[in-house]
Write a protein that binds this ligand. Structure first.
Ligand SMILES: Cc1ncc(COP(=O)(O)O)c(C=O)c1O
Length: 386
């Protein structure tokens, strides 16, 4: 009798590349079929063929993408959404009137706008805390009333790195769950659940997909709990699920996540080192630089690279920062991050007049191009805008 196959303990990178080694049983296709069906026929006994009933609760391609994500994240299950914000709204929808939520003073601005809206319209209470003050979170939580602690790491646009393990302890001591926005630090570098988070959130529009051609969001839970079922129920009622074609593109994008993230991180570190101390630049904010306040935590928490996100504060004001952002020829002047192409934006102009971001801050999302082209491009734009 042949010996049974040895069970291999595959690395996440291999699981991502092979999308969990799913091969179509009938055809042998190694690229999955796209399930675009909106509804599913019952069987000969008129029983629903679980788990596919109606596409608003997720079809086959969506479930496949969710399985890959849960596996990479080390979670029990993932839920995919039509955008990052759809996932945020679904999570916040679990709050009841009188509940308290804690979030950072600097976070993704539309997420913050949604929390403000809940406070105004639904009687939710919120406290925003300064992530640079170690005692601020402990002061912000209200034991018994705080339901969700939300943090983002690294935090846009200063790229402060939040100590997830410490944050989880404070949240749990107060009886709250911790949800971490890991959009800028995908599972190839940060394992938020292993660090103690209950939910890892990503805008899948960014690194997870990586090709600037879908919007998506994902919530991955450490456990399949009543809370997870509540999230699935709300997604079903809101109709905020990702569609099949987008899920297929996401599976395709995830195959190269580890390669893309690694290259973006290497490019970003080279570029950050080149421009730190440059005569036209005041500061480079990048967690991979020893000068960055979050560098020590980043070394512990971002084990697969410091990522492609950085900000530069140029010498000059808003006008020069805008000019640099429009004079580049390789960097694309667009919002977003995590795609293969490098993007540049004058963050204040994007966020609007109420933004507290510095006038001279330019946000760079470093892609996977030849880093020498990126450096040369930024050099010429800086000189032209001087
Ligand atoms: C950190 C972060 N969180 C959440 C979001 C929202 O995601 P989406 O644009 O996919 O709705 C974004 C989008 O830019 C983001 O950068």
């Amino acid at each position: 009798m042949p010996t049974p196959p040895k069970q291999l303990n595959l690395s996440p990178a291999t699981r991502a590349v092979q999308a969990l080694h799913v091969i179509d049983e009938k055809t042998g296709a190694i690229s999955p079929m796209i399930d675009l069906s909106s509804t599913y026929a019952r069987d000969e006994n008129y029983d629903p063929r679980q788990p596919y009933i109606y596409a608003r609760s997720g079809g086959q391609t969506v479930r496949h993408a969710e399985s890959v994500l849960a596996s990479l994240e080390g979670g029990a299950a993932s839920l995919l959404f039509a955008s990052g914000m759809a996932a945020v709204v679904t999570l916040m929808e679990t709050l009841e009137t009188g509940d308290h939520v804690v979030a950072p003073t600097i976070m993704y601005h539309e997420g913050m706008n949604w929390i403000h809206r809940l406070c105004e319209k639904r009687g939710i209470e919120a406290t925003f805390f300064d992530t640079t003050d170690p005692a601020a979170l402990a002061d912000a939580v209200r034991p018994g009333q705080t339901r969700i602690v939300w943090v983002e790491s690294p935090t846009n646009p200063n790229w402060d790195v939040i100590d997830i393990a410490q944050t989880a302890r404070i949240a749990h001591d107060a009886g709250a769950i911790l949800a971490v926005d890991c959009t800028a630090s995908p599972p190839s570098t940060t394992q938020a659940l292993a660090l103690g988070a209950d939910i890892a959130f990503h805008s899948a529009t960014k690194y997870l997909n990586g090709h600037s051609d879908i919007t998506g969001g994902v919530l991955t839970c450490a456990n399949i709990s009543p809370f997870w079922h509540e999230l699935a129920k709300i997604r079903n009622m809101l109709g905020s699920v990702m569609a099949g074609f987008e899920a297929w593109l996401l599976i395709r994008g995830l195959r190269t996540l580890y390669l893309r993230y690694d290259r973006a991180s290497t490019n970003a570190l080279t570029l950050a080192k080149h421009f730190e101390g440059h005569k036209l630049i005041e500061t480079v904010l990048y967690p991979g630089l020893p000068s960055h306040p979050g560098h020590e935590i980043a070394k512990r928490q971002m084990t697969g690279g410091f990522g492609g996100m950085m900000s530069i504060l140029i010498k000059g004001g808003a006008a020069q920062a805008r000019d640099v952002s429009r004079f580049t020829q390789v960097f694309v002047p667009a919002t977003s991050l995590g795609g293969v192409e490098s993007l540049i934006e004058h963050r204040k102009a994007v966020e609007g007049p109420h933004s507290i971001v510095a006038d001279n801050l330019i946000r760079l999302a470093i892609g996977i191009e030849d880093v020498n082209d990126l450096i040369a491009d930024l050099e010429q734009a800086l000189e032209r805008a001087e």
